[in-house]
Design a protein around this ligand. Structure first.
Ligand code: BDP
Length: 701
């Protein structure tokens, strides 16, 4: 080999240092605090007060600014002053703190004692912490720092993660390794990672976390596990994050030795009261219970002929005196009911409107089925005005390609939140129901099923961190655009360079529609692999219940395809306000959700339904190819370690998009009996080949 002259080698090394940042493993999330221009102008940090929360705010500002300044000293000409209105120096500034409420903040550039100062002020310590993170975001994303005028308060009260984490550290539908909650070693060992978890959540304004799976074990409510939960609560408390637990409805029988869990039985009620008292002795600021009852085999009040309200109210009575809430899930369906599965929640809950105790909030998934790539919004939003209602989104991507598909969920959630329910006239968006504007409810909330695990990068993939991030930002402000969220995240997580930010933001924003194209175009739904939900499975039939199959939902036959949910069919459309139902039924994105149509029916493009399906499936694959190209061009802006992992995952995604396309086309063609439109390649394998694939060890099961 010819030796290169030393000089050339040195030059090459310095170029690669300047362009590709040092290797990163993703642990730092969007709180990387790498040097940015402009940070040097920020003055030294003064945080008034010494509570643990204020100490956390000070530590974050110091850590963040030290990193952002790249080791340079703070500017001596400017200052940074943070504190609550209880401090005379802050009160004296007469900032408009009224609107900030108990958790909001004001950030202002102003003269204080003759010096240009950035002031972060709030009514509470946690407001200061949230303000500190907001300020750091401004620096990280290179916003102008000399004329800041920010006032922000959360639109919803409960901004929660729901961990579907089991006591053995497995995570239901988790694709990021084991649970971060190391129950075995708690309470004695508190993984330092819990602090970083708290910091990341506080940076978004998340203020609660349900530690255990909704498919709960009663053991979580026993003394040893309460001690463990109390240890976690202690770590999270300074960051404004309350701990909640999923409660198993039959716990009084399983761990209480009672013969029944009937919510109207006085002994059962007394048991829950005593249990709640015990919990609050261990965790004085315990948030409350999350309950999945009478759904998918979980016990519940209906086992005793009682209603969801009877069950929820019993628990509400137990935690109420301590200020706790009960989040009662509306994700219910039972096999005895022959009704279209997507109608069941509405049928069971709407008659109970107004019957729940004040501290009960009904938790409703974004759509009426189950976190599909695309669903219309859940008809319960706006249909229970006398009941607090919170939205549940799935951050983990159970139906969206697990951790290896790059799918940014901002657009999915934005679509749901901005959907018009029409319940109090035009413009009654889901967001307005969720934040209480439409109903006047003051107990409001948003829950995200966490995608966090023990993987070094937290979420199983670098881009899935964006989904955690987006959920938190939307919980604070459900009217944020997914574009603004994607852009801020991309800047903080990777690079502020416009040559990076623009294409990557575009890739993120179109990624959801791309996934819909290669998985479930034109309103198809629930056609994934059985039980593990990995990959295509439109042929799934039989088994213990029809509504766990694919054929139940797509109903393909030689005559056509789709589920008739109009008046001629299940009439699920009637669960919406008439204007909303009309709009949804006319929207081609939901064609096969609401209608059963012949294969030759013309779509908006002028193509038949069959041709359009093939075109969309193929487009989805082409779009993933384009994502790969666009990511390949980003190499100069990203450290090699993260760049390579994203690139490798995109290759998996392309293969799997192709697999979805080919398997679905092979399957549906057996009914459509039509050729593929000209220029579209036939699936490389016969249908049987796809059907024979099996995945006994898919993660998240
Ligand atoms: C479905 C999941 C299942 C959950 C259920 C739920 O497949 O694992 O237990 O939702 O939300 O999406 O309770």
């Amino acid at each position: 080999m010819k030796r290169r002259p030393l000089l050339a080698l040195l030059a090459a090394a310095s170029v690669s240092c300047a362009t590709a940042a040092r290797a990163e493993d993703g642990y730092d999330l969007w709180l990387r605090y790498r040097p940015v221009e402009g940070a040097a102008a920020v003055g030294g940090v003064t945080v008034l007060g010494e509570s643990p929360t204020l100490q956390a705010a000070r530590a974050e500002l110091e850590r963040g600014l030290a990193g952002l300044r790249g080791g340079a000293a703070p500017s001596t000409r400017a200052a940074l002053l943070a504190g609550t209105a209880s401090q005379a120096r802050i009160a004296g500034l007469k900032l408009p703190l009224q609107a900030a409420g108990p958790e909001g903040y004001v950030i202002r550039s102003m003269q204080v004692d003759g010096r240009p100062t950035t002031v972060i002020a709030a009514n509470s310590d946690v407001g200061v912490l949230y303000g500190a993170f907001h300020f750091l975001r401004l620096v990280q994303t290179r916003q102008p720092l000399d004329r800041i005028e920010v006032a922000s308060a959360p639109a919803v009260k409960l901004r929660l993660l729901n961990h579907w984490d089991n006591l053995d550290r497995s995570v239901e539908r988790g694709y990021a390794g084991q649970s971060i909650w190391d129950w075995w070693k708690l309470p004695d060992y508190r993984d330092p990672r819990y602090v970083d978890y708290a910091r990341a959540n506080a940076s978004l304004g998340i203020n609660g976390t349900v530690l255990n799976n909704v498919n709960a074990k009663a053991d979580s409510l026993t003394e040893p596990y309460l001690e463990k939960a109390a240890a976690v609560a202690e770590v999270l408390r300074p960051y404004g994050i309350k701990v909640y637990l999923s409660a198993r409805f039959s716990a009084p029988k399983e761990i209480g030795g009672l013969a029944t869990a009937d919510p109207l039985d006085p002994a059962v009620r007394a048991w829950w009261k005593a249990k709640a008292d015990e919990i609050y002795r261990a965790i004085p600021d315990f948030g409350g219970f999350l309950v999945k009852a009478n759904s998918e085999g979980q016990p519940g009040p209906q086992d005793y002929g009682r209603t969801h309200a009877d069950g929820a109210n019993m628990l509400a009575e137990a935690v109420g005196p301590h200020g706790g809430v009960v989040m009662w899930r509306a994700f219910v369906y039972s096999h005895e009911q022959p009704e279209d599965r997507i109608k069941q929640a509405w049928s069971e809950f709407v008659p109970l409107d107004g019957k729940f105790a004040k501290n009960v909030i009904v938790q409703v998934k974004n759509g009426p089925l189950d976190f599909q790539p695309r669903e219309p919004f859940h008809p319960l939003f706006g249909a229970m005005p006398k009941t607090p209602l919170m939205a549940e989104f799935q951050v983990t991507k159970e139906y969206l390609g697990f951790a290896t598909h790059l799918v940014f969920q901002g657009p999915l959630w934005e679509e749901a939140l901005q959907a018009d329910t029409w319940r109090a006239g035009k413009g009654t968006t889901v967001a307005k129901v969720v934040d209480g504007e439409a109903t006047g409810q003051t107990l409001t909330g948003m829950a995200g099923v966490a995608n966090i695990g023990a993987d070094r990068n937290w979420s199983g993939s670098h881009f899935d961190q964006a989904n955690w991030y987006a959920f938190g930002r939307l919980a604070w402000d459900p009217n944020l655009t997914s574009k603004a969220i994607a852009e801020a995240w991309a800047r903080m997580t990777f690079s502020n360079d416009p040559a990076f930010v623009k294409p990557v933001t575009e890739m993120m924003l179109s990624s959801r529609e791309t996934m819909v194209n290669y998985m479930t175009p034109l309103g198809l739904h629930h056609i994934m692999g059985n039980s593990h939900h990995y990959g295509p499975g439109p042929w799934v039939a039989g088994g213990e219940r029809a509504d766990w199959t694919s054929v139940y939902y797509h109903r393909a036959s030689p005559d056509g395809i789709g589920f008739d949910r109009m008046a001629s069919g299940s009439n699920a459309v009637a669960q919406y306000a008439p204007e909303a139902g009309k709009a949804l039924a006319a929207d081609e994105r939901y064609l096969l959700w609401f209608h059963r149509v012949p294969w030759d029916r013309k779509t908006a493009s002028g193509r038949t339904v069959w041709d359009e399906l093939v075109v969309r499936y193929s487009r989805g694959v082409d779009e993933v190819k384009a994502m790969r190209r666009s990511w390949a061009a980003m190499a100069p802006y990203v450290d090699p370690e993260r760049h390579a992992q994203v690139a490798a995952y995109l290759a998996i995604q392309e293969n799997e998009a192709q697999w979805w396309r080919d398997a679905c086309i092979a399957y549906f063609q057996t009914f459509s009996k039509r050729p593929l439109p000209a220029g579209y390649a036939p699936p490389p394998h016969p249908l049987e080949w796809y059907e024979a694939l099996s995945f006994p060890y898919a993660p998240g099961g």
